[in-house]
Design a protein around this ligand. Structure first.
Ligand SMILES: Nc1ncnc2c1ncn2[C@@H]1O[C@H](COP(=O)(O)OP(=O)(O)OP(=O)(O)O)[C@@H](O)[C@H]1O
Ligand SMILES: Nc1ccn([C@H]2C[C@H](O)[C@@H](COP(=O)(O)O)O2)c(=O)n1
Length: 448
């Protein structure tokens, strides 16, 4: 029986008071589903509190939790209040939590990305967090986790659960920790961990339009507006965006965007093509905001992508102005912002991405559209050769790309699924001159 059903069965004359609260806290909470990211970026799904006690959980989950030690879940709701301000606070809290797990006794725990969602999912219902596995099952770990929860005085507080294996039956259980008024932390009754089907859509997808793949300028703007009290650069960024026309219009000359993972040759191609076509070369994010890039790159996805999204609208006004005079080549634009956001937020591997034609791959309705988008691709080996040959300091994300080929595959697949306009793929592995010839030929045939 679920929480809401039990509550409805109460006689109305009973008022919500301390006795009822104490009674309610002993009841089972609503069922929750979890998507756990395991090594190799596979996802294992399990359920807690459903009516399926006794059924074994995914054997990979059971195996992880049965390894010597103890596992904990730590989750934070992504949209505790629904509005952008609440989302930003929750995202920054989650980021802080991850940083805190990298210190003290918690450092020895293995971390696995964990998403928690109610049956049916839907925007605003997701919780993001981690499953921590402490191989030493030290009491210091539990103490450190409870002390960490104590340090979160305001909502939303992270929620902590602890997993147990019944040695006799091999049944897995989860026990949540709850803070009782004036009585400190206590564990509630254990709930069985059971199997769960993989949902049709990855549970992070419904939140993407509010969390990083903003479908229009106002959605991204509202996120930075909510940050101005804690990130002064957000105000400066908003002032620049607000000076740009709300619907920048393309001029009569063609606008060509070059996209691709880092080190695929975008800078090389855009410079050579713009010289050859006597085109203006622009890039997103534009030079006028690049001094704030480092600040926003350290922020969680929702804030970081709001910065890049608004950067695209600033570039749109530059494109509008330049394309009235001559052709325009743009180094990265909207597709980069969307592809990196989707690949970051959707845990697991390529098969967990939203299907082609999903609305997250659609161009924002109020952003100036280019005439042609070319996606440069090279083999992973060639890309690494180029990164190493360049010898520059790598950004965090480049390091991630190098380390995590699955993330790279997800970004590239998102580029391929982009729609209206879609990306035309160009094999950028041949020598520079040959790649340039291919690019110029595509521009001539597509843009006249
Ligand atoms: N066709 C090519 N063959 C061999 N090397 C190339 C080719 N194109 C570019 N390079 C080299 O690969 C490296 C990466 O190229 P480039 O800087 O143009 O990529 P990028 O996509 O702009 O990278 P980033 O997005 O990280 O700025 C550079 O050292 C460049 O000289
Ligand atoms: N329009 C843009 C441009 C860039 N980004 C993000 C995507 C990556 O996180 C990073 C790559 O940029 P580079 O190293 O090639 O300068 O910047 C974006 O989201 N939107």
């Amino acid at each position: 029986m679920v929480w809401a059903g039990r509550l409805r069965a109460l006689p109305l004359r009973i008022l919500w008071g301390p006795r009822l609260r104490a009674w309610a806290s002993t009841m089972a909470p609503p069922p929750r589903f979890f998507a756990l990211e395991l090594p190799g970026c596979t996802l294992a799904h399990f359920a807690v509190g459903t009516d399926a006690p006794g059924a074994p959980a995914d054997p990979r989950v059971a195996a992880l939790m049965a390894t010597p030690g103890r596992s904990y879940s730590l989750c934070v709701p992504v949209a505790p209040g629904g509005d952008p301000g609440a989302r930003v606070r929750a995202a920054r809290l989650h980021q802080r939590l991850l940083q805190q797990l990298d210190r003290g006794p918690l450092k020895r725990c293995q971390l696995h990305r964990l998403l928690c969602y109610p049956p049916g999912g839907g925007a605003g219902t997701l919780q993001q967090g981690v499953l921590l596995h402490d191989p030493s099952d030290s009491p210091d770990t539990r103490r450190a986790l409870l002390a960490l929860l104590d340090s979160y005085l305001e909502a939303p507080r992270p929620s902590l659960g602890e997993f147990l294996v019944d040695d006799a039956t091999r049944q897995l259980w989860q026990r949540r920790w709850e803070l009782l008024d004036g009585q400190g932390w206590r564990q509630v009754e254990p709930e069985p961990v059971g199997p769960a089907l993989e949902p049709d859509l990855h549970p992070a997808v419904p939140d993407l339009p509010s969390a990083g793949v903003f479908p229009h300028r106002e959605a991204a703007r509202a996120v930075l507006e909510a940050c101005t009290a804690v990130i002064p650069e957000a105000r400066a960024m908003l002032e620049l965006v607000d000076r740009c026309p709300t619907r920048a219009q393309k001029g009569k000359f063609p606008v060509i965007v070059i996209e691709g993972l880092d080190a695929t040759g975008k800078t090389t191609v855009t410079q050579a093509a713009s010289e050859s076509l006597k085109a203006v070369l622009l890039r997103s994010p534009p030079a006028c905001v690049s001094q704030w890039r480092e600040v926003f790159d350290d922020e969680p996805t929702i804030v970081r992508r709001a910065f890049y999204s608004l950067g695209n609208y600033i570039v749109a006004s530059e494109i509008a102005e330049a394309s009235a005079r001559c052709p325009v080549i743009v180094d990265r634009y909207w597709h980069s912002t969307a592809a990196y956001a989707i690949a970051t937020e959707v845990s697991g591997a390529v098969q967990h991405l939203p299907p082609a034609q999903h609305s997250v791959y659609q161009w924002p309705r109020d952003l100036l559209q280019p005439d042609l988008v070319l996606l440069l691709t090279v083999s992973p080996e060639e890309r690494l050769r180029r990164i190493r040959g360049r010898g520059l300091e790598k950004t965090r994300e480049e390091t991630e790309l190098e380390a995590n080929s699955i993330f790279r595959q997800k970004v590239e697949e998102c580029y391929r699924r982009m729609d209206n306009p879609g990306c035309r793929e160009v094999d950028a592995s041949p020598p520079r001159e040959e790649v340039l010839r291919t690019v110029l030929s595509l521009i001539r045939t597509s843009c006249g």
